[in-house]
Design a protein around this ligand. Structure first.
Ligand SMILES: [Zn+2]
Length: 218
């Protein structure tokens, strides 16, 4: 292996992180810096399935009606990651524990780097980063901006949401908040009947060419 990117991706999913948060003391006289620990990302996802109200890591309080209710999108994400991780374990001949995903991922990594074949490293790196993005997106919504072009698939006609509100059919670029460059950005069409998506710089460059051609022929 040439670098530690795969281990970094494993760490990002399995190790707790500490943020220094500034707090004003109760009497308001001075500001102190308090370390706040966040559980590993994989644990955050498991916690999100059944919110207890006390583990509110994202700072967004759940409304009273949504508290103590199974979060079905978190459950779906969790089941998918569990399945993919257990498959990865079987490929390196170990048995994973679906109830402890951080520990299982670290066991997988130890087994994986013990093998001589690293052809698949890039694929695994992409897989682990996707999981981290998916989990972070729950608490840290991605940054977005309007691409300035309508969707080339479903056209420029505005679409109407379930509340009857009209939305201009402009493509939106989304990228992870913690990664300011656009290498892992995706361009999406918000029209629920289309949902076209271009992921990564290669796909976005192709989309750019297509949009340019349209401008020329229009
Ligand atoms: Zn579209």
């Amino acid at each position: 292996m040439t670098d530690n990117r795969l281990l970094d991706a494993v760490d990002a999913l399995t190790k707790p992180t500490v943020d220094n948060v500034k707090q004003t003391t109760d009497d308001g006289t001075y500001i102190r810096t308090v370390p706040v620990e966040h559980p590993p990302l994989l644990q955050q996802l498991a916690d999100a399935v059944l919110p207890s109200g006390s583990n509110d890591h994202g700072g967004q309080s759940a409304s009273a009606s949504s508290r103590n209710v199974l979060d079905s999108t978190a459950l779906y994400d969790l089941l998918l990651i569990q399945k993919q991780l257990l498959d990865m374990c079987s490929w390196v001949n170990i048995v994973g524990d679906r109830r402890d995903l951080p520990c299982t991922l670290r066991k997988w990594y130890a087994a994986y780097i013990g093998r001589a074949d690293f052809d698949s490293e890039q694929w695994y790196l992409g897989q682990l980063r996707r999981w981290a993005d998916q989990i972070r997106a729950r608490t840290e919504p991605p940054k977005t901006f309007e691409a300035g072009y309508p969707c080339p698939i479903c056209g420029p006609t505005p679409w109407v949401d379930t509340d009857g509100e009209r939305h201009p059919n402009m493509l939106i670029v989304e990228y992870p908040r913690h990664e300011p460059d656009l290498t892992r950005a995706r361009t999406i069409c918000k029209n629920p009947n289309c949902k076209a998506e271009w992921v990564g710089v290669g796909a976005i460059a192709e989309l750019g060419d297509e949009l340019k051609e349209r401008e020329v022929t229009a």
